[in-house]
Ligand binder design. Structure first.
Ligand code: PLP
Length: 397
């Protein structure tokens, strides 16, 4: 054990969005960045690059391409050519570029909800229509297991649907899709002639047995209709640096992507690229220690909820460091949603499930990427707030 993820980290007083958004007495477990220092080799690479002292325009992404190609090949036997890559300062801008480059205003975009809110916003901001379908879940004990609902996706498609947006691993429900599921998505997209945009930003944060597979890696025919979006930012906790990659083995699609982004979306900056290369090249030992720690957090959260909040059902995420809690069983009294209840009564900030689209109402998303003691303190606060409410409103017992 080289890295101590339990070591207390105080981020107050930094410009952190996560830590500055709420009052000082609120524990923030919302926006997806982790309260951990990044791998030491990344920090060293950044310091070394800063010491050069000259920060002119740079346009050499060859090292970044090499490390990503090697990673994709090693993990899934998929090696897109160097020409298949484009570079961005953030993955959300990639989502917006893809929505704008496919079809016309008024056309439709298919996706499964609940989903990371910028997917929904990208569609409406571009004047496209959401042809969405809710995922379905089963409950085993108190564990939620989500699946894509292909009948509902089918029913939502119209002749104007042009694009399918996949989130794999899926934020917020933590699914890492199996080959069979991806084949079904691919078949659906082929049949309806849909372009596929696959956001795989959480692909290296695998907590379960199911390895991540890119939909574009299924076969060349599928790959021809795919734009895959990747980034080291969640994996190595570098989101504030901003470096993402768009990959498409279809030169026409990639050219369209570049043309839509040109002059609007800049390249990632020098420090972001330096960090990304160092992370992919030297960050694996850190990641190998992080993943068991995150699994431990997930298991501790599940144990806590099982023992102390039987009315709450939650996911056991196969990927991401995000848990998704169904709070419909809670008596929230005058509160409209569990997010507001937790914020006001427990002084804990989660994400409001309603922001994740249909199927998100009554849920909260918890960012487990923090010291275990802090995660459990947040849950203790939530349990205490629920208990106080139960005592005050006996009709709920
Ligand atoms: C699925 C998904 N895509 C994209 C992002 C953000 O990407 P970026 O900060 O690079 O724009 C997040 C962050 O939480 C995410 O969960």
């Amino acid at each position: 054990m080289t890295y101590d993820f339990d070591a207390p980290v105080d981020r107050r007083g930094t410009a952190s969005i996560k830590w500055n958004m709420y009052d000082d007495d609120v524990l923030p477990l919302w926006v997806a960045d982790m309260d951990f220092r990044s791998p030491e080799p990344v920090i060293e690479a950044l310091v070394e690059r800063a010491r050069v002292g000259i920060f002119g325009y740079e346009m050499d992404f060859s090292e970044l391409v090499e490390v990503v190609q090697a990673r994709l090949e090693e993990r899934q036997g998929w090696r897109p050519a160097a020409e298949a890559f484009h570079f961005l300062p953030g993955l959300v801008s990639g989502l917006n570029v893809v929505v704008r480059m496919v079809g016309q205003p008024g056309d439709g975009v298919s996706m499964a909800t609940p989903i990371y809110p910028p997917f929904l916003q990208a569609v409406t901001k571009a004047g496209r229509e959401l042809h969405d379908a809710r995922m379905v879940y089963t409950i085993d004990g108190n564990i939620l297991h989500y699946e894509l609902d292909f009948d509902a996706l089918e029913a939502a498609v119209t002749p104007r649907t042009r694009l399918f947006m996949l989130c794999n691993p899926h934020n917020p429900v933590g699914r890492v899709y199996t080959r069979a599921e991806l084949e079904q998505v691919a078949e659906f997209c082929l049949r309806h002639d849909l372009i596929i945009c696959s956001d795989e930003i959480h692909c290296d944060l695998i907590l379960g047995d199911q390895p991540h597979l890119s939909i574009a890696a299924l076969d060349p025919e599928i790959s021809r209709r795919c734009i895959t979006l990747l980034a080291p930012s969640k994996t190595f906790n570098l989101p504030g640096l901003g470096c993402s990659l768009a990959v498409s083995e279809n030169p026409e699609l990639l050219a369209q992507f570049k043309a839509t982004a040109e002059g609007i979306v800049p390249y990632p900056n020098i420090m972001a690229v330096t960090a990304a290369v160092a992370a992919y090249r030297y960050g694996q030992p850190w990641l190998d220690e992080l993943l068991p720690y995150l699994r431990g957090n997930r298991d501790a959260l599940i144990q806590f909820v099982t023992e102390r909040m039987p009315e709450v059902k939650l996911t056991c995420p196969e990927g991401t460091y995000l848990a998704w809690l169904n709070c419909h069983g809670l008596d929230l009294g005058e509160y409209e949603n569990p997010y507001q209840f937790c914020l006001n009564e427990a002084r804990v900030a989660f994400n409001d499930g309603a922001a994740f689209g249909p199927g998100g109402e009554g849920f909260v998303r918890i960012n487990m990427g923090t010291q275990r003691a802090r995660l459990l303190e947040a849950m203790e606060r939530m349990a205490a707030a629920i208990q106080t409410r139960d005592i005050q409103s006996p009709q709920s017992s």
